[in-house]
Design a protein around this ligand. Structure first.
Ligand SMILES: Nc1ncnc2c1ncn2[C@@H]1O[C@H](COP(=O)(O)OP(=O)(O)OP(=O)(O)O)[C@@H](O)[C@H]1O
Length: 239
């Protein structure tokens, strides 16, 4: 589904954000991308969306080899990826329904399909009753659920979430992560860049850790950091 092959990224100001990243994410996987601030997580997300290009290496997403993707096809490519950000990025002058509807309209979906699909995804995220509200009338968690509905309405094969719980309290964060897990169980590949240590540690999904632009850990049922797994071992010995 996603392949980074020997990918390095140096920004124009000389900062080397990623060094020789090799990463394969199979169809249907749920992957946490963790690392401290400045480690390179957002750079990976931007590369995936082809907002920026690697300095070296190749990125393959589904049938797309990103280095060979013509500029005019980039918007079509991006529409095939669901994306969720920390700050929700909803259109403030459109209702919940219209925000999700708009994401379908720009793909040219027929009105009949839109009328069926928008209520369906709003019910999946538990927001059917808020369809007529505007973003400012919603809580942060509700806004993020609208963003999730919008991200999945076009049935993407890949959903990328960059710090999706960064602006949310712990309970609401859990609601969003549980929804991401549900979406994954329905077949969508999910990549979540996050600092949310407690969530990562209890989900026991694949964890790819990045530090100073390099992959330093890739565990199938991982935890946020080496320290916490060491601590768990120590704790078990202690008990
Ligand atoms: N547009 C840019 N120009 C120059 N340097 C950049 C740019 N964007 C990011 N960087 C640098 O690249 C490195 C990786 O940044 P990145 O945003 O990918 O980190 P991150 O892991 O997403 O951090 P955070 O968790 O704080 O969002 C950092 O050293 C950062 O300062």
């Amino acid at each position: 589904m996603v392949k980074f092959i020997n990918v390095s990224k140096r920004y124009p100001n000389g900062v080397l954000a990623l060094t020789n990243i090799n990463l394969t994410i199979e169809k249907g996987e749920f992957v946490f991308l963790v690392g401290s601030s400045g480690a390179g997580k957002s750079t990976i997300v931007k590369l995936l969306l082809k907002e920026i290009d690697p300095t070296e290496g190749e990125i393959i997403v589904g049938e797309y080899k990103l280095s060979e993707l013509p500029k005019k096809e980039i918007p079509y490519y991006r529409r095939k990826i669901g994306i969720v950000f920390q700050d929700f990025r909803l259109l403030p002058n459109k209702t919940v329904y219209e925000n999700v509807e708009f994401a379908m309209q720009i793909t040219g979906a027929p009105a009949k399909i839109i009328r069926r699909q928008v209520p369906y995804v709003l019910s999946l995220v538990g927001l059917a009753h808020k369809a007529k509200c505007y973003p400012h009338e919603l809580s942060g968690g509700e806004q993020q659920r609208v963003a999730l509905a919008r991200a999945i309405v076009n049935k993407p094969n890949l959903l990328v979430a960059d710090e999706p719980t960064g602006n949310l309290d712990p309970d609401t964060s859990w609601e969003i992560i549980t929804l991401l897990e549900d979406i994954n169980k329905r077949g969508t590949t999910v990549l979540v860049a996050t600092h949310a240590k407690e969530i990562v540690d209890s989900m026991r999904k694949r964890v790819v850790a990045i530090d100073c632009g390099r992959i330093v850990k890739d565990q199938p049922k991982g935890v946020y950091s080496y320290e916490s797994s060491d601590n768990q071992v120590l704790l078990q010995r202690w008990i």
